[in-house]
Design a protein around this ligand. Sequence first.
Ligand code: 2AM
Ligand code: CA
Ligand code: CA
Ligand code: CA
Length: 255
Amino acid sequence: MSQQQMVEEIKGWVYEAGENIKRKLQSPLIVEEKTNKSDLVTNVDKETEAFFIDKIRHHYPDDQILGEEGLGDHVTDFSGRVWIIDPIDGTLNFVKQQDNFCTMLAVYEEGIGQMAFIYEVMRDELLWGGKGMGVYLNEQVIKDVPNITLEKGLISVNTHMFLNNTYETQTVAMKSIGVRMIGCAGIGFKELIKGNQNAYISNLQPWDYAPAKVLMEELGLKMIALNGEPLDLRQKVPILGATPAAFAEIQTRQN
Ligand code: 2AM
Ligand code: CA
Ligand code: CA
Ligand code: CA
């Protein structure tokens, strides 16, 4: 199967997952706390992860699966093909707003991103693409992302990092024209890729940033770990995603 055919197949799964999520929002959610009151999981997170895993196991039985809710494999080794799933990204928004969340999926091979899907279900906005195949917003190709400077754009920062001034995020944010805190990593990166923001900074798990990394690399946008470590899909890291111009300015401030 060609990369193009595989992408079309996965897009079908993502749209189907979106339809299921919207339908399930019409019934009461079963909500559980994970580590604290702002770290939640619902039946829809688990059911959506199970939905993707079922599709992957059926069509690609030899592949490894890393899913946030733990229904996949215990992946320690990123050799071969690995699927990375964030079934509901922005669960707190999903529970409190029934809006501002995504469902996300990435396919990596030998640790290198090949395809990615960030679907903002309630806006019916699917950002998708792959290595060497370009990036699309629904059916519209994204050609060049405007290289917005730190001073001329809006920046998106994780609330905790901003309030604690981690990595001088307050100083960085004050240089920009405004700060946005949407509470959903997928949307943070999506707005950067759409040219609506100059950067996004947050403490993230692999499933939060893996899809955006594929799409951003394809578009020449920058992503690094702010702790200076190489990006490793095994752990939570402080992530900076940015336009090249904003990246250079923020990097200078870190040093
Ligand atoms: P999630 O909803 O899939 O857990 C919220 O600021 C954003 O950060 C969301 O994209 C959320 O993803 C992510 N996030 C990562 N680690 C988190 C945590 N421990 N608690 C809440 N949100 C977390
Ligand atoms: Ca979560
Ligand atoms: Ca997430
Ligand atoms: Ca999630």
